[in-house]
Design a protein around this ligand. Structure first.
Ligand SMILES: *[C@@H]1O[C@H](CO)[C@@H](O)[C@H](O)[C@H]1NC(C)=O
Ligand SMILES: *[C@@H]1O[C@H](CO)[C@@H](O)[C@H](O)[C@H]1NC(C)=O
Ligand SMILES: *[C@@H]1O[C@H](CO)[C@@H](O)[C@H](O)[C@H]1NC(C)=O
Ligand SMILES: *[C@@H]1O[C@H](CO)[C@@H](O)[C@H](O)[C@H]1NC(C)=O
Ligand SMILES: *[C@@H]1O[C@H](CO)[C@@H](O)[C@H](O)[C@H]1NC(C)=O
Ligand SMILES: [Fe+2]
Length: 533
């Protein structure tokens, strides 16, 4: 096992406590937007500039917003809306808005208090704020509200602003394909298949490039399982394309860019990106893996309470970007964006991690915040997905699963075999997933791939944390069912997220440490080490 390094990461420490001692909600859910009314008045104005952004092809840009309100109050706030026309003339009423015209179609993508950069606003009614926007396939407007978040009233709506090409291909995310020599690229655009043909142009660095086609997915409001995803959290997801780059040479640097050939015959291109292809399974070389869970997103411009909801998210993202040269593949094992039914937030998340996911395979697992919804087939009946019931995670990211609605898969990386389980679907003995897990664990040649890794979002193994070890948060049947597989097939490490606290166990089997060693292991450990985030 020489030359193999395992890097671990922890994200979002501190949130777990919030989750248990009074769960902290998605910031957008603080706003009772379904109750919003229009109270437009001439003595309040809001302006935004410049009107065209991203003129050099950027997919993010800064906008300045200027307020002038003759009757300011302390809880005035600004919402950023996209599409820019957000009144009921442009959308069907959702379940809780029937009959009250005009209403606001959807939640803003983000918000700030009017006093955010000028505490004098309450006296003067004047303020200048900056917002960082990302390209989300549509135009934007800014609205000034009074009445705080619980009783919002629209006082004024800004001029509309737009990215130079709102439909541009953006936010590439790599994932390993079904075999080791295949890389997949998934991205988002505003081009449907009638309008343009999506593809990846790619090749070995410095050599000629070829083109590979891409498949296109999207989904409708009606595929959401409930509110807010089906109501004020709904936003058109655009088109999600995946291309399969096959027959890759091992350990080689490839360059690629996304392209769309328009019906007119002209092309729209993204910028160039690059990645290093995977090692041949069993290849003995330095292979570095990052595993973490529960990251979420935050707004760099301070919107939405800045880092209050996911305090570690930008820190972790920035550290991962700084360290890009020091690892080869990433596993984000569930609780990805915490969009919780506010669909727009998946764009923000894929934008936030673009610098990572565009150059390293970014492998995800499914967590409660992606999947759980009552009567939707999830093993747990919680409402943590905010009505997304897995549709967003399954569409926005590729995983090499037989069926992406069942989020379990196997993937090889050099000396590693990863068996990624889906803690939100039944894993018990006899279940379809159990059979898959056994097959994944049993089918690896340990002489070539000594590292056998199991990962899932919820703690299906051991935790010393009171909440996850001794209360209803525990998933004891998980351990009972799976532990015999881990032992039989000598799984080295089992990773879990969900707890937001770092823990590493001794090699353990049936609640007993099987080794007194605490830090240096060699050969096969009799028992499985459990690592939690
Ligand atoms: C602010 O609005 C008032 C009217 O409500 C107007 O008299 C004044 O010129 C405006 N100031 C600015 C800087 O636009
Ligand atoms: C801005 O307004 C919010 C909401 O009313 C308030 O909690 C906060 O203290 C204000 N900040 C400043 C600097 O005045
Ligand atoms: C709603 O939008 C339509 C179309 O832009 C516009 O004509 C109408 O005045 C708007 N209504 C309100 C209350 O803003
Ligand atoms: C995370 O980033 C924020 C904002 O840059 C900073 O204030 C905070 O100290 C960082 N936290 C850690 C643990 O590094
Ligand atoms: C491994 O651990 C099990 C359970 O503690 C024990 O019965 C078995 O003898 C151990 N095997 C080795 C080779 O140490
Ligand atoms: Fe979780």
């Amino acid at each position: 096992m020489s030359g193999v390094l395992l890097f671990l990461w922890l994200a979002n420490i501190g949130f777990a406590c919030a989750q248990i001692n009074g769960y902290k909600d998605q910031p957008l859910s603080q706003i009772a937007i379904h109750k919003a009314t229009f109270a437009l008045r001439d003595s309040a104005s809001i302006r935004a500039r410049p009107s065209i952004i991203g003129t050099k092809g950027e997919d993010t840009d800064l906008v300045t917003v200027i307020l002038n309100n003759s009757e300011p109050s302390v809880d005035d706030w600004i919402g950023v809306f996209t599409p820019a026309n957000f009144n009921s003339s442009s959308c069907p009423p959702s379940e809780d808005q029937k009959g009250e015209q005009p209403f606001v179609c959807s939640s803003p993508v983000k918000f700030k208090y009017a006093n955010y950069s000028n505490s004098d606003y309450t006296n003067t009614g004047k303020a200048t704020l900056r917002f960082q926007l990302i390209n989300q396939r549509s135009d934007f407007s800014f609205a000034l509200f009074s009445g705080g978040f619980s009783n919002p009233k629209v006082l004024s709506i800004s001029n509309f602003i737009s990215f130079a090409n709102p439909k541009a291909p953006v936010y590439p995310r790599l994932a390993q394909g079904k075999s080791w020599d295949e890389m997949t690229v998934t991205w988002t655009s505003g081009y449907n298949i009638e309008e343009a043909v999506p593809f990846i142009e790619w090749g070995l660095k410095g050599e000629s490039r070829t083109r590979s086609p891409a498949g296109t997915l999207t989904f409708e409001r009606s595929s959401m399982c409930g509110a807010p995803a089906r109501t004020v959290g709904w936003r058109d997801p655009g088109f999600i394309h995946t291309s399969f780059l096959k027959d890759l040479w091992p350990n080689s640097v490839y360059v690629y860019r996304m392209g769309h050939r328009l019906v007119s015959g002209s092309y729209v291109w993204s910028k160039f990106y690059s990645f290093k292809s995977s090692p041949y399974p069993g290849q003995d070389s330095l292979q570095r893996v990052i595993v973490f869970g529960d990251m979420g997103k935050a707004e760099r411009d301070g919107s939405n309470d800045y880092s209050d909801y996911q305090p570690g998210s930008l820190n972790t993202t920035d550290q991962l970007i700084k360290d890009l040269k020091n690892y080869d593949i990433v596993f984000h094992i569930g609780d990805i964006s915490y969009a919780d039914g506010y669909i727009s937030q998946w764009d923000q998340f894929t934008s936030q991690v673009e610098a990572i996911s565009s150059t390293k395979p970014y492998m995800i697992a499914s967590g409660n915040h992606e999947r759980d919804w009552p009567n939707s087939g999830s093993y747990y009946d919680g409402q943590d997905s905010g009505g997304e019931c897995g549709v967003l995670a399954e569409t926005m990211y590729y995983v090499p699963a037989e069926n992406r609605a069942k989020f379990w898969y196997s993937t090889d990386y050099g000396m590693f075999r990863f068996c990624i389980a889906d803690s939100e679907h039944d894993w018990r003995e006899g279940s379809e997933q159990y059979k898959f897990i056994e097959k994944c664990l049993a089918s690896v040649d340990r002489r070539k791939q000594p590292w056998l890794i199991f990962a899932a979002h919820r703690v299906l193994g051991y935790s010393s944390d009171f909440w996850y070890a001794q209360t209803d948060y525990e998933e004891p049947m998980g351990r009972e069912s799976l532990e015999k597989l881990w032992q039989k097939y000598k799984v080295d490490i089992a990773f879990f997220g969900h707890t937001h606290n770092y823990e590493r166990s001794c090699p353990i089997y049936q609640k007993q440490c099987t080794s007194i060693e605490k830090s240096h292991y060699s050969g096969t450990v009799n028992g499985t080490i459990h690592i939690l985030y």
